[in-house]
Design a protein around this ligand. Structure first.
Ligand SMILES: CC(C)(COP(=O)(O)OP(=O)(O)OC[C@H]1O[C@@H](n2cnc3c(N)ncnc32)[C@H](O)[C@@H]1OP(=O)(O)O)[C@@H](O)C(=O)NCCC(=O)NCCS
Length: 394
């Protein structure tokens, strides 16, 4: 059976809140954020009749409470999609949303369905990272992994150890640039275009959540230099050169290229290929290197063919390692995260993959000269995730 072409027609996200009681989503349910994204995708695509959506897949790292009960199915019912639409949830931690997208794309490619919605959500305020984890004691008693493997910030310190030439100053320089690029993209209105404003109840009453809470456009090298290193005494990873703890939801509308043509929907990007790969859990930030190498090789491409890269900035060090391994210019390579990344916007775990896809889609529409782009993330317990996309406007 020949695989069918799969295209992304649209995508949208909520604003990202800060996790915790100061965040604007503190009193909002995660599944309601998913519903908001689905409803907005339907509203913005009137050529798509709701009964055409056959599959609804959502990634979330914590699959309980307002992120439990199989979000992919609960959100079908809550969003008013027809009951004929199937749905399920996936968990690949930070790559949960990207996994939802590649799972949906694979179904479409194989002819199992024509139209799907896929995305990711994480309410890190309601589900603090690792709060309910219960790792098998064998991990530690049998030394299958070191204790570091379970604390992401420590894995980033380990990556610094592996690349001693990457200094804290370099990590801070990278972080500053992410904040500056994000501030510019925000000022140019590019980020707002990817968002659906959501009216939410907060302790201050009703507000419209329509701007990310995490970015710090006033960041300076001096400010970064003074920050503590919470993961290791005299370490290199700080709150300034790490991603934050956030709440957010993002999703995309996928269909077969034939279905898009049939209903007159405008395809924006085509999935060229994807790959996942495992690495040592203690250096999980290294994951995007083997997954990207594998995805490129399988697609018959090299990094020279790639004109835009959306790499999740879990930690600055992990991005600098990627830059070194693929020969990108440090600190600035115009191909990498041109609108900034998770250090500025925040990183609501499973939501970040679809957020990267939205950024890439925005770059594609501005840059018809760019034919191929990638979205890539590192994943807790040692994985990398990479998807390669083709710009249909090129
Ligand atoms: C690093 C981390 C522990 C910091 O958490 P936090 O202490 O709640 O973070 P805050 O935003 O309160 O920042 C801490 C301090 O740094 C300061 N700060 C943060 N970013 C800054 C910046 N860019 N410039 C100047 N100061 C900054 C804050 O103002 C705050 O200062 P204060 O203590 O004087 O108020 C947390 O963000 C984290 O765990 N990140 C990684 C998340 C993760 O592992 N994700 C999964 C990846 S695989």
């Amino acid at each position: 059976m020949k695989a069918r072409d799969v295209v992304v027609v649209d995508g949208v996200r909520t604003a990202f809140g800060r996790a915790g009681d100061k965040g604007f989503f503190w009193l909002t349910r995660a599944d309601d954020m998913v519903v908001k994204v689905i409803r907005e995708l339907l509203r913005r695509n009137p050529k798509l009749r709701p009964e055409m959506v056959e599959e609804n897949i959502w990634g979330a790292t914590t699959q309980e409470g307002d992120q439990g009960l199989t979000l992919g199915r609960t959100s079908v019912i809550l969003a008013g999609l027809p009951e004929s639409c199937a749905g399920f949830s996936v968990d690949r931690m930070c790559a949960g949303g990207l996994t939802a997208i590649t799972a949906a794309a694979s179904e479409i490619a194989l002819g199992a369905c024509d139209v799907a919605i896929a995305g990711g959500v994480e309410h890190m305020g309601h589900h603090p990272i690792g709060a309910t984890m219960d790792p098998n004691p064998r991990f530690l008693t049998e030394r299958l992994v070191s204790e570091d493997a379970l604390v992401m910030g420590k894995t980033a310190e380990n990556l610094h150890d592996m690349y001693p030439d990457i200094t804290r100053e370099m990590a801070d320089e990278y972080a500053l640039l992410s904040q500056k690029k994000a501030a510019r993209a925000n000022a140019e209105g590019k980020i707002q275009k990817m968002m659906v404003p959501m009216t939410v109840y907060t302790r201050e009453g009703w507000i419209v959540a329509d701007r990310d809470q995490q970015p710090r456009p006033d960041t300076s090298m001096e400010g970064l230099r003074d920050l503590k290193t919470p993961f290791r005494v005299h370490g290199k990873v700080t709150p300034g050169n790490a991603s934050g703890l956030n709440d957010g939801a993002a999703g995309v509308l996928l269909m077969s290229a034939d279905k898009a043509a049939e209903i007159g929907a405008v395809p924006r990007m085509r999935l060229k290929g994807y790959a996942y790969a495992g690495v040592k859990p203690e250096i999980m930030g290294y994951g995007p290197i083997p997954s990207t190498r594998k995805a490129l090789a399988r697609a018959g491409l090299t990094m020279d063919d790639i004109g835009a890269i959306e790499l999740n900035e879990a930690f600055a060090v992990q991005c600098i390692v990627f830059m070194k391994e693929f020969g990108l210019k440090f600190p600035y390579d115009e191909r990498l995260n041109p609108m900034g990344g998770a250090i500025a916007f925040g990183h609501p775990l499973a939501c970040s993959g679809p957020r990267l896809v939205l950024h890439l889609m925005s770059t594609f529409s501005e840059r018809p000269d760019v034919r191929y782009g990638i979205t890539s993330l590192c994943v807790g317990l040692g994985q990398g995730a990479t998807a390669i996309w083709e710009n249909i406007d090129s």
